[in-house]
Design a protein around this ligand. Structure first.
Ligand code: FE2
Length: 283
């Protein structure tokens, strides 16, 4: 890949925000060969079937039998007809295809000098492509990864909420999430609305989404293609492991303090959890 994906001004904005604050960024990936509709169809064909989440299209409630399509659209057809399909496709862990692995690593390597002094080694680099019809909604949820969502085609509004706000979600919800006991979708209460910051992005724009910042997404009136580039870090693993350790303390009747927000490192509890996990594994 030639040239920088993130212009100097965006690097400054990212550096000031990372890792705790959301930020609107810009990128230069428009028109990239690996992000055309035909390239994404080939990517979908190359990925293992279980790495593709595919909603093949909604039918209206009232439809004449003769008008019912013979079969649901295939993933390739859904991608090609995303404008009218009333559907969405997620291509997961695109780094399994060598050209996309190189692409993802090249993009993220541009940020390494800004990321690693703050949160330690960049690990588990993963990329996802979201292809969605006009108006699609992604429900309220949070994710364990550092994430930048780059808009390639169409527009969306992501409403982002404060990180680690235990007034919104109890410590127990955080702990269950890290232990895989809580679905990533979060309960929504209308009282939350005022806490969210809506960030709109169009082609050439991007959003930095902090680890576990709750968010929901509304697509605009055009078909949308977005690329999500994600990584984990020493810091994000330590927070997750400290949450897991707190879960154990809570089970024995203690009321542990929650992990501190960045820049707290949460090393002691993370270490305790790792030792405990090892002992359990050895038992
Ligand atoms: Fe997300």
């Amino acid at each position: 890949m030639t040239g920088s994906v993130f212009p100097p001004e965006t690097r400054k904005v990212f550096a000031a925000a990372y890792p705790a604050a959301p930020a609107k960024l810009t990128h230069t990936l428009l028109g990239h060969d690996l992000l055309t509709v035909e390239a994404l169809v080939s990517l979908a064909e190359a990925l293992p079937a279980d790495e593709i989440e595919h909603n093949p299209g909604a039918l209206p409630i009232g439809i004449k039998p003769a008008d019912v399509p013979k079969a649901a659209l295939s993933v390739s057809e859904t991608i090609r007809k995303i404008g009218e399909a009333g559907s969405w496709v997620v291509l997961k862990r695109i780094e399994q295809v060598p050209a996309y692995r190189e692409f993802l690593h090249a993009i993220l390597s541009e940020l390494r000098d800004l990321v690693e002094p703050q949160t330690g080694a960049m690990m588990q680099l993963e990329g996802f492509v979201f292809i969605s019809s006009p108006g699609a909604v992604t429900p309220f949820h949070f994710d364990p990864e550092h994430n930048i969502l780059l808009q390639i085609r169409g527009s969306k509004v992501m409403t982002v909420f404060p990180v680690e706000d235990e007034a919104m979600f109890s410590a127990k919800v955080h702990e269950d999430f890290h232990l895989g006991l809580h679905h990533r979708n979060l309960s929504w209460f209308d009282g939350y609305a005022d806490k969210g910051i809506p960030i709109s992005i169009g082609p050439g724009e991007a959003i930095h989404v902090p680890v576990k910042a709750p968010h929901w997404v509304q697509n605009g009136d055009e078909p949308s293609i977005s690329l999500s580039i994600t990584w984990r870090s020493d810091w994000s693993y330590a927070e997750a492991d400290a949450r897991a350790f707190n879960h154990v303390l809570r089970k024995v009747g203690l009321r542990p303090a929650s992990p501190g927000p960045f820049p707290a490192r949460n090393r002691a509890k993370a270490l305790a959890w790792r030792v405990m996990r090892k002992l359990r594994g050895a038992a």
